[in-house]
Ligand binder design. Structure first.
Ligand SMILES: Cc1cc2nc3c(=O)[nH]c(=O)nc-3n(C[C@H](O)[C@H](O)[C@H](O)COP(=O)(O)OP(=O)(O)OC[C@H]3O[C@@H](n4cnc5c(N)ncnc54)[C@H](O)[C@@H]3O)c2cc1C
Length: 338
């Protein structure tokens, strides 16, 4: 039982980027797959549980009356390669940013557009992280996950993960059932830079032979100029998802808002900008006490210091109902509320 050093009444303030000061009744750092197996044998995994990575996509509204499993599974290894591709397995507790930097430095293409997204490798498939014209699913080959109830270790192919826009089987149908242990990526030894996404294209379009190091550096530069750093201003990135509309819904909204920006997803589906809607509804830069809406990127809700999770949740609900009244749009949360 040496490996099970369960601590009691641990503050989670330093473990979530919203900086919410709540406590976990029990807290355990997971450093090996064996410790998960032992936990299960000892009956601990029958309790209320939360898997925690970097806490960058979570909003705590209460103390957590259960066991927090803090993922600290480490390691990166090459598991296969040929002339064209390299397969790399990264363990779930690795920092996503550091892992991407490592692949970019080695000129293995695929993850460069996802530079500087906070959090862990293990959480990245949960919501199929995406940014600057790329999504995790584009490069994920397979992952291994531990079933907290049965103890089964299962390999999930890309298609088994049922990836969607900020969605997967782990956030949806089988939420909370699987602990993602490690992820294997298939990366390109002859990178194929993707710069079609407008903000990237504006900066890089006139450059000849753009390499992935330049893409990564440009993504970081744009992100730093647009998004508040959680170390300086507590936030969890985009609080809401961009709404996806049918042709009919889009037409209706365009009749009232001809300037509405949208992106054609194909199949008569259109993604519209939640940030644009929030700004048009007058919320950009709004502040009430210790909570507010970021002045540069209105999709980001912020804690100026000392706010509770409920303060932030209440603000998010006000924004949701205001957008419903104004545009008839239901904004869905991207952040998980605990
Ligand atoms: C400034 C900022 C910018 C951001 N930008 C982006 C962006 O551009 N694109 C984007 O997609 N996201 C973005 N995010 C959101 C966030 O970084 C990602 O969702 C990230 O993958 C969360 O990782 P985490 O380790 O912090 O997960 P956590 O917040 O710890 O957990 C998130 C969820 O995943 C579950 N989970 C965590 N680890 C595991 C595991 N090993 N197995 C199973 N379930 C697990 C948790 O239980 C929880 O439900 C941003 C966040 C911030 C603060």
């Amino acid at each position: 039982m040496d490996m099970l050093k369960i601590e009691n009444d641990i503050s989670l303030k330093a473990f979530n980027t919203f900086g919410i000061d709540v406590k976990a009744a029990q807290f355990l750092t997971i450093q090996s797959v064996d410790s998960l197996k032992v936990l299960r044998q000892e009956g601990f995994l029958a309790k209320k549980m939360l898997i925690l990575g970097g806490g960058s996509n979570l909003l705590f509204t209460n103390d957590f009356q259960g066991l927090v499993l803090y993922n600290s599974l480490k390691g990166v290894e090459i598991v296969g390669e040929d002339k064209h591709y390299i397969m790399i397995k990264a363990w779930g507790g690795e920092s996503w940013c550091d892992f991407v930097d490592y692949t970019v430095k080695n000129n293995w293409g695929g993850l460069e557009n996802l530079s500087l997204i906070p959090g862990t490798v293990g959480a990245a498939p949960v919501q199929n992280i995406g940014a600057y014209g790329a999504e995790l699913k584009d490069c994920l080959y397979t992952l291994e996950a531990f079933n907290l109830e049965t103890g089964e270790i299962k390999e999930f192919s890309n298609s088994l993960c049922a990836f969607g826009y900020r969605d997967s089987i782990f956030k949806n149908k089988e939420k909370g059932e699987w602990f993602v242990l490690n992820v294997t990526f298939c990366l390109d030894k002859n990178p194929n830079p993707r710069i079609t996404y407008a903000p990237l294209n504006n900066i890089l379009k006139n450059k000849i032979d753009v390499n992935i190091q330049e893409i990564s550096a440009t993504v970081k530069q744009i992100r730093r100029s647009k998004l508040p750093d959680p170390q300086e201003l507590c936030n969890a990135g985009s609080f809401f998802k961009n709404p996806v509309l049918s042709q009919e819904q889009l037409n209706n909204l365009q009749n009232r808002r001809p300037n509405l920006p949208y992106y054609n997803l194909g199949n008569h589906q259109y993604k519209i900008s939640a940030a644009w809607l929030i700004e048009k509804a007058g919320w950009k830069g709004y502040r009430n006490g210790q909570v507010g809406v970021n002045g540069k990127q209105p999709l980001v809700l912020v804690n100026f210091g000392g706010a509770s999770g409920s303060d932030i949740l209440n603000l998010s609900k006000q924004i949701q109902s205001s957008l419903f009244k104004k545009f008839g749009i239901n904004l869905e949360r991207e952040v998980r509320v605990v």
